[in-house]
Design a protein around this ligand. Structure first.
Ligand SMILES: [Zn+2]
Length: 153
């Protein structure tokens, strides 16, 4: 199975750290930021994502533009704990959905198969749905491994 469904990101490879937490910033496309802000579209500039779950900042731009959790249309899954957090933003799978499948079947391959099928059909829109602008499958595998450790499978 492919690790990524979407076009490679056009975001720049230069790095920057979150001005609030100092956490390493993941480059993200302006379009992703523009799609997820609840306010007006920000001016075009290089943007990064702060994945620190204790930090209120989600996106920061090279021109000092800051977007906090409250400035977005939804709370990114990596910014809070708990089963309600989204893992797959295109087809709305939450952590609890993965956990439920693992608890009943011992694996989450039905959900993975469903997501992969949609991806192959060209139905994913990670660039404008996922706050990282990237495919969720990597994130999914991480969550799955974490849950399997928790339920001791
Ligand atoms: Zn931060």
């Amino acid at each position: 199975m492919s690790e990524s469904c979407c076009q490679p990101s056009k975001a720049p490879r230069i790095s920057s750290n979150c001005p609030l937490s100092g956490h390493w910033g993941q480059a993200v496309d302006w379009l992703t930021v523009a799609a997820l802000t609840s306010g007006p579209v920000p001016p075009r500039q290089n943007f990064w994502l702060c994945r620190d779950s204790d930090c209120d900042v989600v996106y920061f731009g090279e021109e000092g533009y800051l977007l906090r959790i409250a400035d977005l249309r939804m709370v990114p899954g990596f910014k809070h704990g708990g089963g309600e957090r989204l893992i797959c933003y295109c087809f709305n799978y939450r952590r609890r959905d993965i956990e439920a499948e693992i608890r009943t079947k011992g694996h989450a391959s039905n959900i993975v198969r469903r997501i992969t099928g949609e991806v192959q059909a060209g139905n994913c829109a990670c660039q404008v749905r996922n706050p990282s602008g990237r495919c969720c499958l990597g994130e999914f595998k991480k969550a799955e491994a974490e849950i399997r450790r928790e339920v001791q499978l």
